[in-house]
Design a protein. Structure first.
Length: 77
């Protein structure tokens, strides 16, 4: 998804119509999760540690490993 679309979703999340704002918020959240997952995979492919990734995300090493560790992608549908 391109940066322009993220900006559109961010603006739409502030819409005065609650249902439109909620739909945009949900789509924005899904896209941010997808971007994060891609970046975690890239970081691991480049040899970065779970601890380093966790620090960048502001979570514990255990939390990031649980979310993105072995089996990531198989647990989510």
């Amino acid at each position: 998804m391109e940066v322009r679309r993220l900006a559109e979703l961010t603006a739409a999340a502030g819409d005065d119509e609650p249902l439109r704002a909620l739909a945009a918020s949900a789509e924005l959240r899904r896209e941010v999760e997808r971007i994060e997952a891609v970046q975690v995979r890239r970081a691991r492919a480049r040899g970065l540690s779970w601890a380093g990734i966790a620090t960048a995300l502001g979570v514990s090493r255990q939390a990031v490993h649980k979310k993105y560790g072995p089996g990531f992608g198989r647990r989510r549908s």
